[in-house]
Ligand binder design. Structure first.
Ligand SMILES: Nc1nc2c(ncn2[C@@H]2O[C@H](COP(=O)(O)OP(=O)(O)O)[C@@H](O)[C@H]2O)c(=O)[nH]1
Ligand SMILES: [Mg+2]
Length: 386
């Protein structure tokens, strides 16, 4: 099954690896040095959805996902991408590697130090002395300039223009039809100015690689004011990757009960004074101010908001809500909003799609047409020929 992929990127020292490690709890190297992360780290994180097991009073038996207290956790791939440096489009830092790693992903979480305490080169500076907004703009600019370079390299004036643009951008996993529509939409021509080309590329990025900004280090004094001043203008989720990492580590050793995304945790063990102080700080400076550490929210928003996905539960047996083996509500699938019963069939298995006969909504026990648009949380049984 194809699992969706999210790229975690941004400049050095803003907390990308902390964000990645907290979300995946993989022990990636976290440090204050430039270029700690060379190869992109890959891991699995989860989006949260409401599992229908509670509403339907059944005991579920998840196979492709997990269920904790009726919250279904559905896997999504996360990639921690090496720090972006100014001039990446010219090959500085890890330049082109960095940019092509981003293009592999379905969406981007751009981690920004919203406290303004990391300068453009990743050095620590007093909070509020560097503008996080300039980082947001710098990131967009580097990507645009890089794409412009990719596009213009090997540019010929004679060929079919649309076909040529498609060919130049073919390594980037962007939809050819979208390229064609945008070329028409902005009336792009071979002799358009670089500004016009960049506008086209900006729109292409917005549509094909939606980006959410994780306003990290929100726990630092003064960060909230900066966040408040930017939140109307950009799609920002305030977060503290460091707080999330501390909570997940404490939960892992059994010191606390904590469900990622929640606004509180429960202490279940005697903990030492140092950890207690850290947890108190997280409660007063992060959880009670922002309602969560923001890390889980950023992931959920990326998948359900930016990518507009819904969760659908395919089953074989609509009475038992199970698969052939009798596992109840075994799989939770992420589908684009607007997907039909037939799309679901193909997602379950190409053969089931090809041999689709009928589909049934397991809640209402009513049959639905192949082009019926599914809703978030639907439980669907599909009948296919042999
Ligand atoms: N105060 C604070 N510090 C953080 C947060 N996230 C990361 N850091 C610190 O920022 C530094 C760089 O973190 P790292 O995850 O290695 O950043 P990367 O270079 O972007 O991967 C480390 O000292 C982290 O402990 C956060 O949410 N709050
Ligand atoms: Mg890193």
């Amino acid at each position: 099954m194809v699992i969706m992929e999210i790229a975690v990127c941004g400049k050095t020292n803003v907390g990308k690896t902390s964000f990645f490690s907290a979300s995946t709890l993989v022990d990636a190297e976290i440090s204050n040095r430039v270029f700690t992360t060379i190869k992109p780290n890959r891991g699995v994180t989860f989006v949260r959805a409401v599992c229908p097991c509670k509403e339907l009073k059944v005991k579920c038996n998840p196979q492709n996902s997990k269920c904790i207290d009726s919250t279904r956790l559905i896997p999504v791939k996360l990639v921690d991408i090496a720090g972006l440096v100014p001039g990446a489009h010219l090959g500085k830092g890890l330049g082109n590697q960095f940019l092509s790693d981003i293009m592999e992903a379905d969406a981007i979480i751009h981690v920004v130090d919203i406290s303004g305490s990391t300068d453009i080169n990743g050095n620590q500076v007093p909070p509020g002395t560097h503008s996080p907004e300039s980082d947001i703009l710098f990131f967009q600019e580097e990507i645009e300039l890089w794409l412009l370079d990719v596009l213009k390299r090997g540019f010929t004036k004679h060929a079919d223009f649309t076909a040529m643009v498609q060919k130049q951008l073919s390594g980037l996993k962007v939809n050819f039809q979208l390229i064609e529509e945008l070329i028409k939409g902005v009336n792009l021509k071979p002799d358009s100015s670089d500004e016009e080309f960049r506008r086209f590329l900006r729109l292409l990025m917005e549509k094909s690689k939606p980006a959410l900004i994780a306003g990290n280090k929100i726990d630092i004094e003064g960060a909230n004011e900066i966040y408040q001043s930017l939140k109307e203008k950009y799609n920002i989720v305030p977060c503290s990757a460091q707080a999330e990492l501390a909570l997940r580590k404490a939960a892992k050793i059994g010191a606390i009960n904590y469900m990622p995304g929640e606004n509180s945790f429960e202490i279940v063990q005697n903990i030492d004074e140092k950890r207690m102080k850290a947890l108190e700080f997280i409660t007063t400076h992060v959880l009670s101010v922002f309602g969560s550490t923001g890390v889980q929210e950023a992931i959920n928003k990326t998948v359900f908001g930016l990518l507009d996905m819904i969760v659908v539960y395919p089953v074989e047996n609509e009475h038992k809500l199970s698969n052939k083996q009798g596992d109840v509500l075994p799989d939770a699938l992420l589908l684009r909003n607007g997907s039909t019963a037939l799309d679901l069939a193909y997602k379950v298995h190409e053969d089931i799609g090809k041999k689709f006969i009928s589909a049934l909504d397991a809640r209402t026990r009513k049959s639905i047409a192949s082009d019926h648009r599914l809703k978030n949380g639907d439980i669907i049984s599909i009948k296919a020929g042999r």
